[in-house]
Design a protein around this ligand. Structure first.
Ligand SMILES: [Fe+2]
Ligand SMILES: [Fe+2]
Length: 374
């Protein structure tokens, strides 16, 4: 017998389900989990491996500077959108992912320009590609930076960018966790009520306070996002060179060091980790894969990476991505000089949730190309 709230499909006395059963489930906004694929499975991200050549993007960034005025937008940014992630094309705030839950864009500042101050719940990183005179004010702390320098912009801290150079533009990569924060429905964005901040601290105050690897200030407090906002290229590269003198490095990453939150010894932010790695002259790493997505920017040199069986040749300022659980290896194609890769990833999130997993290829082949077992 059926009531006003039930149908014949709910109570039919049979051993097999007919179409009306599944139609009824759908009507009630449910679905049968027993019909999905059974057996072992592993991450199969929609994101695909991809490389964006700087020489392709740079002319378009320069062209955008002619018709996008700084006061049109605090974000003269070209988003690098993963071709496997079509469904995110209509992202309301233009923050489609480059890979996984990571965002990447190319930002251009015209000579002498300054952008409007704003803040957001998403955390941002910058890695500078070209141009001198760049500055960013983060929570009143003015950072002055150049090519290869790395900058951290914490969640919900007022920030604004500009350049003092009157000759040439500045171009950098913006990396953010916007897709993750949007997925969590936790993002906010606000323009500064006074358009610009008052910056009351000496230039690069965070570097002078927290930039020593040997000594720390006595007022240090543990905080989840690094109080050090500025990691200059010269210091980072020198640290890598010094370490390379005394280590064999990792067979999968060469000589890799993480940018560190000096207050905790952990990642620079709770959601985004960043690293700099050196591939020594002619070095070719072994193949591995791991959970988590990684965005690479070539900081120095030239080489190639093989990701999920596809070869990507890279040179300085190119950006490429490795989706979660994709086999990958890297090679420096210069026999006379080292190559350096800057990268950022969602590794801190995976670590916090206990979801980081890594697997090495048993041989040096690329399993997806050769079909060999890992
Ligand atoms: Fe921002
Ligand atoms: Fe890796």
């Amino acid at each position: 017998m059926t009531t006003a709230n039930t149908t014949a499909a709910d109570t039919a006395d049979d051993d097999t389900a007919d179409d009306s059963f599944y139609a009824r489930l759908e009507e009630l906004h449910t679905e049968a989990r027993w019909t999905v694929e059974q057996g072992a499975w592993h991450p199969r991200p929609a994101s695909v491996p991809m490389l964006w050549r700087y020489q392709d993007l740079r002319p378009l960034a320069l062209r955008s500077a002619r018709f996008v005025r700084s006061d049109d937008s605090a974000l003269r940014v070209m988003t690098l959108r993963n071709p496997g992630r079509g469904e995110e094309l209509a992202t309301p705030h233009g923050s489609a992912p480059i890979v996984g839950h990571l965002y990447s864009g190319l930002q251009l500042l015209n000579p002498g320009e300054s952008m409007t101050a704003h803040r957001h719940a998403a955390t941002a990183l910058r890695f500078i590609m070209e141009g001198t005179g760049a500055w960013t004010v983060i929570g009143g702390d003015r950072v002055e930076a150049g090519p290869g320098d790395f900058i951290v912009t914490p969640s919900q801290v007022w920030h604004e960018h500009g350049t003092d150079s009157l000759e040439a533009p500045v171009i950098w990569q913006d990396g953010t966790d916007d897709p993750l924060v949007n997925t969590l429905d936790a993002n906010f964005y606000q323009l500064h009520p006074d358009v610009h901040q008052v910056h009351g601290k000496p230039v690069n105050a965070s570097l002078h306070t927290h930039g020593s690897a040997l000594l720390r200030p006595d007022h240090r407090r543990a905080q989840p996002t690094s109080p050090l906002l500025y990691y200059p290229w010269d210091m980072a590269y020198q640290a890598l060179r010094d370490y390379a003198e005394v280590t064999d490095g990792s067979p999968y990453d060469g000589v890799l060091m993480e940018y560190q939150n000096p207050a905790t010894g952990g990642s620079v932010t709770p959601t985004l980790g960043a690293a700099l790695q050196m591939l020594r002259r002619g070095e070719r790493t072994r193949t591995h894969r791991h959970t988590g997505s990684v965005v690479y920017q070539v900081a120095k040199g030239r080489g190639h990476s093989v990701i999920a069986g596809q070869r990507f040749d890279w040179r300085r300022n190119d950006i490429f991505c490795v989706p979660s659980w994709a086999w990958h290896r890297h090679a420096n194609d210069d026999a006379d000089d080292d190559a350096c890769l800057f990268s950022f990833s969602d590794r801190p999130v995976l670590d916090a949730l206990g979801l980081y997993a890594e697997e090495a290829s048993a041989d040096d082949a690329d399993p997806e190309t050769t079909g060999s077992a890992p």
